[in-house]
Design a protein around this ligand. Structure first.
Ligand code: NDP
Ligand SMILES: O=C1O[C@H](COP(=O)(O)O)[C@@H](O)[C@H](O)[C@H]1O
Length: 599
């Protein structure tokens, strides 16, 4: 059994008057040693689960050559793919040694991590944060000494919090062993303290309880602000003044929205920085924690075949598509103040775009990656109102069921013009991407749920098979699709010959469907991000200059939409959204890849 040790201290003394912090942790080098060898990992472990996945990959390798499924383009249903042909791909190189480090103990005997979920009674805490913490615990990824505190105004005892949390916990399908036992153990480490978000006194009481649990060990504290944005600063002020760690690090995870335009975002950053150093602030964008978004850099930078094609020379356009098949039900009050551009485009889709388009970073260190992302954002052409289409869903009856309009929500004004759908054409004015349209669309209450990146390549010049392809060359170009969710997959549309004596061409998918390739459940984004925050890894969190650049891009157009009271195009609940998005794409000679039978 391998042991795990850290070559850098997991804690060090306070350097900020308010919060102590840890500037070194994310550069740490860790050594895994086993009886016969030791492997130095330059980067931090990408989570316990990923390491297990790589040993799984080795295991698969021992069973025989790894395989990639080829299926006709119309049919990437997992159940049917198994019937299709199998294309061998070169085996992966096994690591020096198969190591079981899933249950590494990255903590020292004398240090502890306390995680306080501020707003523990709320929707996000129940839906995502507690379940993610449990999953980390189950996987052996939390340090030996840890405590979880819920904090909110609601009156609750520890037992009541545990009952509330227990209803939200599930075990992964592939990991049910001792599930009940693990849940009980986890719940025993969960506590609750009721308090106001602006009360120094209440946070001092919390501090006292945290100290009892820390039991004289070096205390590291993580606060997760799972509360509405108007109370972020009150909570940060009280936590920093009255409940920051005395001798370890203190970090704060901040949830979006980070303001609603450049000015309010800058004001929020300024206020946060009154109490925190930048490297204590973990601005979360949970899309960066999604498996396929994490894989984007691996795909680009560890495969020779993609990077040479990754430019205006070969790529015609790139599309970032987000769709939900439900409306703003229950969140109308929040949503109406923000709209889909702020809710999805300015953060989730733009972050993916930046990762997609960035130059090769100097290293995988957080600052190197974030430096490259920010360069992309700052090279973007100002977005014009002309290049934006907005929509709002209206009521629709299907199969006898009446689906509501956005404005049917009691918390939304009847005359609201807030977009629930938007499409935009963006450009990056740099040498690599000059002239390539980056199209985005995002919408609620559409006909399906998906998040994907589509890369449409140029035509093959002087294609010998043009006459077999027909007149619509667009339909015959290669397209790489990175399907973030659901049914995570990476597939490449290629042209190939239909077997037989004639010469008929067909479009097929080289398809890496995760469910077929890996029998492991994919961790939720919040698991990865929480683990990163605990480990001090900032790569997947938004730095303030990235945030400023993202707001600079969208703020003028958002203001114009609001000042000119642009009326959104109404689309029926459950439809494909406004036709305006097709006109917008057509202006740049683009066809949305998610439309039509060949997706
Ligand atoms: N829910 C989601 O799916 C997502 C949420 N977010 C963000 O995460 C954060 C938390 O979201 P969510 O859990 O949905 O929020 P909630 O509205 O559920 O609020 C969380 C808790 O904050 C307290 N609270 C709510 N309103 C107020 C108020 N006006 N004044 C003081 N306290 C209040 C309540 O606790 P109590 O009354 O007990 O104090 C509540 O349980 C927000 O910033 C949100 O934008 C981001 C992405 C997705
Ligand atoms: O941040 C948000 O994301 C969710 C979608 O997240 P997903 O992980 O379920 O795809 C979205 O519904 C919500 O409006 C938005 O605030």
């Amino acid at each position: 059994m391998a042991t795990f040790s850290s070559s850098s201290s997991a804690h060090y003394a306070s350097s900020s008057p308010a919060f102590s912090n840890n500037k070194r942790l994310h550069h740490q080098h860790r050594t895994v040693s086993s009886s016969s060898s030791s492997i130095r990992l330059k980067q931090r472990f990408p989570g316990c689960f990923s390491v297990k996945q790589s040993s799984k990959a080795v295991h698969l390798q021992q069973d025989g050559a790894s395989t990639m499924k080829v299926s006709p383009v119309k049919d990437d249903n997992p159940a049917k793919i198994l019937k299709d042909g199998i294309l061998s791909v070169p085996p992966v190189t096994p690591p020096e040694e198969s190591i079981d480090i899933a249950k590494f103990d990255f903590d020292k005997e004398n240090s502890t991590v306390s995680i306080t979920v501020v707003g523990a009674s709320g929707d996000l805490a129940k839906k995502k944060i507690f379940p993610a913490l449990f999953a980390l615990y189950y996987e052996g990824c939390l340090p030996k000494h840890f405590t979880i505190f819920g904090y909110a105004r609601s009156k609750m005892s520890d037992a009541e919090l545990r009952t509330m949390v227990s209803k939200t916990l599930t075990c992964r399908i592939d990991q049910r062993e001792n599930c009940g036992e693990k849940m009980d153990q986890f719940l025993e480490r969960c506590f609750y303290h009721p308090g106001q978000y602006d009360s120094q006194e209440n946070f001092l009481e919390l501090d006292k309880k945290l100290k009892e649990h820390e039991d004289g060990r070096v205390a590291n504290r993580l606060f997760y602000l799972s509360i509405p944005p108007n109370i972020f600063i009150d909570a940060v002020k009280c936590a920093s003044t009255s409940a920051s760690a005395a001798n370890g690090w203190t970090r704060v995870i901040v949830e979006k929205p980070f303001g609603r335009d450049s000015e309010s975002s800058a004001a929020l950053t300024r206020s946060l920085k009154q109490y925190l150093e930048e490297d204590q602030i973990f601005r979360i964008d949970h899309y960066l924690g999604k498996e396929l978004v994490e894989n984007l850099s691996v795909l680009r930078f560890s495969n020779l075949i993609f990077e040479p094609l990754w430019s205006r020379q070969y790529i015609r356009n790139v599309q970032f598509i987000f769709a939900e098949d439900f409306g703003t039900e229950g969140r109308g009050g929040y949503f109406d103040n923000y709209g889909i551009i702020r809710d999805i485009m300015q953060n989730h889709l733009l972050q993916i775009l930046a990762l997609f388009a960035m130059e090769t970073p100097v290293s995988l260190d957080a600052e190197d990656i974030r430096n490259e992302k920010v360069k992309v954002l700052r090279s973007m052409r100002p977005l014009r109102l002309d290049d934006v289409v907005t929509g709002q869903y209206k009521s629709h009856t299907r199969g006898g069921v009446k689906y509501p309009a956005y404005t049917d929500d009691k918390t939304v004004p009847n005359d609201s013009l807030t977009p629930t759908f938007a499409a935009a054409a963006l450009f990056i004015d740099n040498a690599r991407w000059d002239g390539v349209p980056f199209l985005m669309k995002a919408g609620k209450a559409l006909h399906d749920r998906r998040a994907e990146i589509r890369v449409q390549f140029r035509h093959v010049p002087g294609n010998l098979y043009n006459k077999n392809i027909g007149t619509d060359l667009d339909l015959a170009t290669n397209e790489l699709v990175i399907r973030v969710q659901p049914d995570e997959a990476i597939y490449l549309k290629i042209n190939n010959k239909v077997p037989g004596l004639g010469m008929r061409l067909d479009r097929s998918n080289l398809n890496l469907l995760y469910a077929a390739r890996y029998d492991k459940e994919i961790p939720d984004a919040y698991e990865r991000l929480l683990l990163d925050a605990i480990e001090g890894e900032r790569r997947l969190f938004i730095r303030s200059d990235e945030l400023d650049a993202a707001w600079s891009l969208f703020t003028p157009v958002l203001k114009e939409l609001e000042e000119k009271k642009i009326v959104p195009e109404y689309y029926p609940y459950g439809s494909r959204g406004p036709v305006g998005s097709h006109y917008l794409a057509a202006r740049y000679k683009v066809r949305w890849g998610d439309v039509g039978s060949e997706q």
